[in-house]
Design a protein around this ligand. Structure first.
Ligand SMILES: C[S@@+](CC[C@H](N)C(=O)[O-])C[C@H]1O[C@@H](n2cnc3c(N)ncnc32)[C@H](O)[C@@H]1O
Length: 326
């Protein structure tokens, strides 16, 4: 059976685009109560817990980006998935798991462990190792997991969805078993350059400036290593350790491993700036779609300029829950 055409769409046959029918196709927002997603500026966003919890898309483009970034980070951290010294873990929890790629990797690496990944959005695959599963949950609410249970509670790159770090760390502490570990992987919201090839008006710097403004307007802290270390210390974790890794953006580095990371990062930059920027700039800073897109596209273009030798910094901060603490 053919799909019937809405007759109001045809009222003005001289106009061929949808604008004459009251639809602005470039900025239209459409929510569905069934799928609980928001469609905006050509991308799909999470909406099940409301639209202000997390401002990055959840569609296939974003899922591909997350999987690519997982490989970049693995390589940047010397082919490792974590820093916490695990022996024979039985229970691992990944908060804000995204596509679940870290959790799946861990389940393969530690077949004796049950790995659970949680996220606001059910975007994880169904074909996963038998010892891996996923749940939809808001990390900013009280966790449903029992106390003193997990050998490792992990999160990576979830800071843009964290409104209360103390809550996150205190639930991590509660659910970790004594002697078990927590580990947080985050990145500096900045771009670095050691040889002066990036000036302050570089479009990447401009992009970062706007992103910082949006995050601070949303009261989302961009965490530094010191901030996270202090949070873990204050919560009572011990043996706190931080490891950093650089991600060159573009294949400008001489070192073959760094060059490979840079080449992968160049591909990643095609989508990462739009992912973090579009909703933040339009919804939070009130920019129009065109202005926001120009800033994101400017950043993409700058990463393709081989004269700019820029890199990002990622880190993992981990700590152990003392034996005897619960
Ligand atoms: C940038 S992605 C990172 C995904 C994954 N950790 C990785 O490194 O591949 C951030 C993820 O955190 C999730 N997230 C953000 N805020 C959250 C919250 N309050 N509770 C649960 N998940 C959250 C988002 O839905 C998204 O999937």
């Amino acid at each position: 059976m053919s799909i019937e055409v809405d007759p109001t769409i045809l009222l003005k046959p001289e106009d061929s685009d949808y604008n004459s029918s009251g639809y602005d196709t470039s900025t239209a927002s459409l929510t569905s109560s069934v799928n609980q997603y928001l469609f905006e500026n050509g991308r799909q966003y999470h909406a099940y817990y409301g639209t202000d919890k997390y401002l990055q898309p959840t569609d296939e483009t974003e899922q591909d980006r997350l999987d690519l970034h997982h490989e970049i980070l693995r390589l940047a951290f010397g082919e490792t998935t974590h820093e916490a010294p695990l022996k024979e873990p039985h229970h691992i929890l990944d908060i804000g798991t995204g596509t679940g790629i870290w959790a799946i990797d861990m389940a393969d690496q530690y077949p004796m462990a049950e790995v659970i990944g949680t996220d606001l959005s059910p975007i994880q695959p169904s074909w996963v190792p038998a010892n891996c599963r996923f749940e939809v949950d808001d990390a900013m609410a009280v966790w449903t997991y029992q106390s003193d249970f997990f050998d490792l509670v992990h999160s990576r790159n979830i800071s843009s969805g964290v409104t209360n770090w103390n809550h996150l760390i205190s639930e991590m502490m509660r659910c970790t078993k004594p002697g078990g570990y927590v580990e947080l992987g985050e990145a500096d919201i900045d771009i670095y350059c050691d040889d002066g090839s990036m000036k302050s008006d570089n479009p990447l710097k401009v992009y970062i400036g706007h992103l910082r403004s949006a995050l601070s307007a949303m009261q989302r802290t961009s965490p530094t290593t010191t901030f996270l270390e202090n949070l873990l210390k204050e919560a009572g974790f011990e043996d706190i350790k931080t490891v950093q890794a650089k991600e060159p953006i573009g294949p400008w580095a001489k070192d073959p491993r760094m060059k490979k990371i840079g080449a992968m990062s160049l591909l990643h930059s095609e989508t990462v700036y739009e992912s973090y920027g579009m909703a933040a700039f339009t919804r939070v800073l009130g920019m129009g779609e065109e202005e926001a897109r120009n800033i994101c596209n400017g950043a993409v273009k700058a990463t393709k300029n081989k004269n700019y030798h820029v890199y990002g910094v990622h880190y993992r901060v981990c700590g152990r829950k003392p034996v005897g603490k619960n």
